[in-house]
Design a protein around this ligand. Sequence first.
Ligand SMILES: Cc1ncc(COP(=O)(O)O)c(C=O)c1O
Length: 413
Amino acid sequence: MPSPPVPSAYRFPDEPGAIELRAFTHGLQPKRVPEMMEHFTEDWRRFGVDAWNSVPNHWRPQSGDPVGWWTLPTYLGDHFVAPLLGASSGTCILQPSVHWTVQCLLSTPEVAARGSEVLVSGTAFPSVLHSAKQWVHLRTLRPRVIPSTEDHQVDQAAFLEAIGSETALVALSHVGFTTGTRLSSSFLKEVAQRVHDCGGLFLLDGYHAAATMPVDVQALGCDLYVGGLLKEASGSSGTAFVYLREDLELTPRLTGWFGDAAPFEFRSSPEPHPDVRRRFLGGTTAVAPMYHAVEGLRILLDLGLETVREHSLALTDRAIEHADSMDLPLRSPRSAETRSAMLLLEVPEAERLTAYLKEHYIYTDSRRNEVVRMSPFVWNDADEIDRVFEQIDQALSTGEYRTVPVNTSGPVT
Ligand SMILES: Cc1ncc(COP(=O)(O)O)c(C=O)c1O
């Protein structure tokens, strides 16, 4: 087993021996977060409004780089998000959410000028799928939803077939959030090639992929890559990001004065900022999330994403071995090529089993009462996986979990 786990870098819930397997929804809190939030309150107190122009560099203190609240979205984009995606400096910026970014993108005349269709898979997350459907009323764009296969996968042949001269934009999820399936790089490259041959743009939603494995946006050939640091990168909310291919010209109509070329001249007409990334900012940026945003990512980048991926595969391998020995069907892929960090197990009364495991301080979640989801991550080790499956075995063989009240802690993504 490769070098993680790194539990000492994280803060755990209070229950002794708790096993947190929900990296796919909200990672453990990095130890440096309270200190970073303290920096936020102190900078606010000490510098007041001047903090917009200059604060001490808490993010890369050794660098000597000047930073201020204005420049943090691009500064963190350059020094933390770009290395996550194999992207160059100048191409990434923090965003409030994926939903916002996709809506900005759809508001650009440059997308509509490329064709009339936005191609999305029926398996896409609502931030993408709903946005494509909502914009149909405002633009000359038509959403074209490619239905998923019976087993909820992207219909790859139908997708490739659908790309044509009418295609303005193709949007795909790098990892399917309901299946844990990672789309292969060869398929994604084929999509990129076809979209570009037809004059369209290619957007990849990288939630559940970025921060769990090495990603190379340039090799994949996508024009935009969105994602967030909320989950595996332990960033809490308000920490989404976008990568925009170099030289991509986009002028979102859904933009704000923070995306203007001269915000403090308060001109009567807007003028897009020369840095295209900046045009994806809206009104006043929420500053507090940027203080803790990259602390989880820092841990993963320090470990190396290859190592993170190897560890994840080793733990999901072990979990699959246990599941096989208990005859529990997998709903997520078996092969390492298409597996993500997320494992889905089909179990009867999945919600009750999740509630039962929670009573034993093992944190997973369930979907539609059909599957239990788990993402063993860098803070977990092989012994924990063994303990989890011992507990599942105990629950299933005795049936004792069937009497546990289902007290869902609310929906998780
Ligand atoms: C695939 C995918 N895309 C996007 C999101 C979240 O998007 P947003 O930042 O709009 O909340 C999620 C979150 O659960 C997701 O799983």
